[in-house]
Ligand binder design. Structure first.
Ligand SMILES: Nc1ncnc2c1ncn2[C@@H]1O[C@H](COP(=O)(O)OP(=O)(O)O)[C@@H](O)[C@H]1O
Ligand SMILES: [Mg+2]
Length: 359
């Protein structure tokens, strides 16, 4: 198999010196292959941009190894860094177009750096602008384009050299929902066609589905996505509970009831999902991402209950841990009440487990 396009090993990074030194990234390890689209998420300040600039050869890590296109960037010579940068397409939150140049001239600037001129240059420029849907706007100035169009022009400029690595930092941040979606799908298409490796930074949950893989960064460390999602979900549900306890419990049972019906034939179709989304949105007046969370959660719960746990299939140590965990929860406040004990016995019986603490 070919070398990965990007290989990070034990990468750490800090800003500042001495007492003012602040570590931003801790032991980052990952590899990204050609054609792979990786989305880097995480709260603001978690180190996403810093990591992206390390991969982009725009700064260098004090510790660990950053290899891009086979070149070790750590302690590399300026000439080697320039060679790597030339093969990277950078897409920023703001499009960084020159206002005094037309769209076509803006794209041309990137090509000139690569020494491509004349007819080939013109063909490449109109080709790439065609691909991003700006074929009719070649001679317009940035001021004559919408936000989404400017962002697409920025993408065309980043991609005209057919980079083997594409780095995008919050490319949808300044766009409305639909243009944001269009821009990301465009990056995805172009990456697939050219076989480029893409690292895209975003905290826009609505575009996570274009990723082949999601890297979640928190306080400078890579964290498992399921951990991050469950924290997010419980934070959201707690918030809801706090502000509106009645509707929270109603919503929980209502959503669960919908999931039960959707799952009754053991398959949830896309149209059933759409309908659930619509109803939940109407009832709860929640944001789409929140509806999505609650819906997925209900379905997970339904799936867990309907598939059940196969008692014969449960390994002894897992069964033991299962029951122990139930006791741990009951005992968390210092004593196991009769109600809690009763619930544990009921659950153990449902799962066909023997309760070791039974008389
Ligand atoms: N040039 C800098 N000097 C010192 N600290 C910085 C600098 N750039 C960013 N930081 C700090 O590094 C942390 C991570 O920043 P950044 O990588 O921009 O996060 P993100 O892109 O995830 O929002 C933040 O705490 C930020 O304040
Ligand atoms: Mg950032």
């Amino acid at each position: 198999m070919a070398d990965p396009r990007i290989a990070l090993k034990d990468v750490s990074y800090h800003f500042g010196k001495g007492a003012l030194q602040k570590q931003i990234l801790f032991d980052i390890d990952t590899t990204i292959e050609a054609g792979e689209i990786v989305i880097l998420t995480g709260p603001s300040g978690s180190g996403k941009t810093t990591l992206l600039t390390l991969i982009g050869a725009l700064r260098s890590a004090q510790k660990g190894s950053v290899k891009v296109l086979g070149q070790e960037l750590n302690n590399a010579k300026e000439k080697e860094l320039i060679m790597v940068r030339r093969q990277i397409g950078y897409i920023f939150q703001s499009h960084n177009l020159m206002d005094s140049l037309t769209i076509s001239q803006n794209v041309q600037m990137a090509l000139q750096l690569d020494g491509i001129k004349g007819k080939e240059s013109q063909e490449r420029i109109s080709g790439v602008l065609e691909r991003v849907g700006l074929g009719d706007h070649l001679n317009k100035y940035p001021s004559g384009l919408s936000g989404g169009q400017k962002q697409r022009a920025g993408i065309a400029r980043a991609l005209v050299n057919r980079p083997r690595v594409i780095l995008a930092d919050e490319p949808t941040a300044s766009l409305d929902k639909q243009s944001g979606r269009d821009v990301v799908e465009l990056i995805q298409d172009l990456a697939r066609e050219d076989g480029a490796a893409v690292v895209l930074v975003t905290h826009d949950n609505r575009i996570l589905d274009v990723a082949d893989r999601i890297l979640h960064l928190e306080d400078g460390r890579i964290k498992s996505l399921s951990e991050a999602v469950s924290e997010d979900t419980s934070r959201m549900l707690n918030l809801l509970e706090k502000h509106d306890p009645n509707s929270a419990s109603y919503l929980a049972s209502f959503s669960f009831a919908l999931a039960r019906v959707a799952y009754a034939d053991n398959e949830v179709t896309e149209s059933e999902r759409i309908e659930m989304r619509r109803i939940l949105h109407e009832v709860a007046n929640l944001a789409p991402a929140e509806v999505e969370f609650i819906m997925e959660l209900s379905m997970m719960q339904k799936r867990a209950i309907s598939s059940g746990l196969n008692p014969q299939g449960m390994q002894a140590d897992r069964a033991e841990h299962f029951v122990e965990s139930l006791y741990a929860i009951a005992n968390a406040d210092g004593n196991v009440s009769p109600e809690e004990l009763h619930e544990i016995k009921t659950i153990a019986a449902e799962f066909g487990l023997t309760d070791p603490n039974s008389p």
